[in-house]
Ligand binder design. Sequence first.
Ligand code: S5P
Length: 485
Amino acid sequence: MDTNKIESLIVSLFKVDGVKFGSFTLKSGLVSPVYFDLRVIVSYPEILKTVSDLVGEEVARHKAAENVDLICGVPYTALPVASLVSVTQGVPMVLKRKEQKTYGTGNLVEGSFSPGDRCILIEDVVTSGGSVVETADALRHIGLKVDHAIVILDRCQGADFHLARNGVGFTALIRMEQLLNVLLGKGLIDSRQRDQVVTFLAENQLFDPAFADVVSKKFLPRVKCPLSVKLVGIMEKKSSNLCLSVDLGGWEEVLEAVEAVGSKVCMVKTHVDTIGLKGVKVIAEFWGKLKALSIKHDFLIMEDRKFGDIGSTTLEQLKSKPFEISKWADLVTVHGISGPGVLTAIEKLGLGDKFGAVLIAEMSSENNIPSLLPEYKNLIYKMAEGEYSPLVAGFVSQARPLAGNSTPYALQFTPGVSLNSGTGGDGLGQVYNSVENAVLLRGADVIIVGRGILAQPKAEWTQVAEQFRTRGWAAFKERISSTFD
Ligand code: S5P
């Protein structure tokens, strides 16, 4: 890469406010001393040309090595760059939508391609690399090969680690350190500003490689259900073990809450029959939108219908209109009271590792029957082992089973969680525990929170969810590190 061109690009970006120094609250809530807004480059044709020439040179290298068939810009900022590169390098482009259309062809990816085509991604700025991975996943889903991304600027907060784990190599035109050195060298920032950014980066690495090592080498090998493995991947990526229980009266409000809190959670749990959905069309519109939000924010959906009938009835309930739960949920809660037939029903759906069950082992409410019958609980825990373990993501419970180290590890989903340290109730039997109690003492992997977030004023939903996320994740890391090390 031409260092002079890169240096003058850094200076140009600084001059047009594509790079700013000060105090900026990021989408994640973090306060950063530096901010990048590369959207501005569309207003400066010379800068846009320099950027696309530099990205184009990288694409040309891949073209010469015959390992690129297509390129795809990560929406939206990189789209004009990708278009220019496509034209100048003669490499066709595909367009990935941010949200899936719910009308017409419903395509998430537009353009012509063949399965197995190799597609290089183009992105403006990476922090965690989450959008790149999300785009890579969507393209892989339709049969494309994605193993490389070209990025204009790397904030150096862990995207290299995250992308590598997800099978995406990457080239960054500009890395943070180089940017700081060039701007300092030209006298455009002072050393205090540089040091502030260096400290911020040291304190705000998004991935902890030591923890990731424990997860990939010791924790995940014991997890037998592919959907759980996927969920743990999302948890790590988003540093979140929070599931939002989106129990609100109206479906529009449900979507509003999911939009507000989606970036903080690894899962959203619904009670689809309680949110005022009327008619098959409205229901399909609702789940189409919920599904689109799950792709946008990267979370799984669990419908908390607590199926409990014999297998054949459960199978019909899962498939039938109006709710057609098996079409849109990743997981459903089920009681084991009727025996393993309920799991056979899920197997019969034929959705493979796209759909699974979470068994209700015990409830959070006062004097719930399983908590009075330890033998019942143990039988349910046993159902998550053996032949059904790939289908069972885990159990809803207030405690882990006593089990040896050789058994498969089923995730524990624990509701009845609040921010307060004392326990309390809702007057209808619900019992609450603090986040730390639920995770550290009771063994929760995922905390399920409804009213702890949604009973707050709307304007506070995101920020309260952030408190649950940080506390839940810190406790989860602590427990997993000590249990599996
Ligand atoms: O034992 C249980 C199992 C579940 S799934 N106790 C529960 O409270 N739940 C669900 O978790 C319950 O149906 C509700 O949707 C959520 C808890 O909501 P909160 O508002 O009390 O946090």
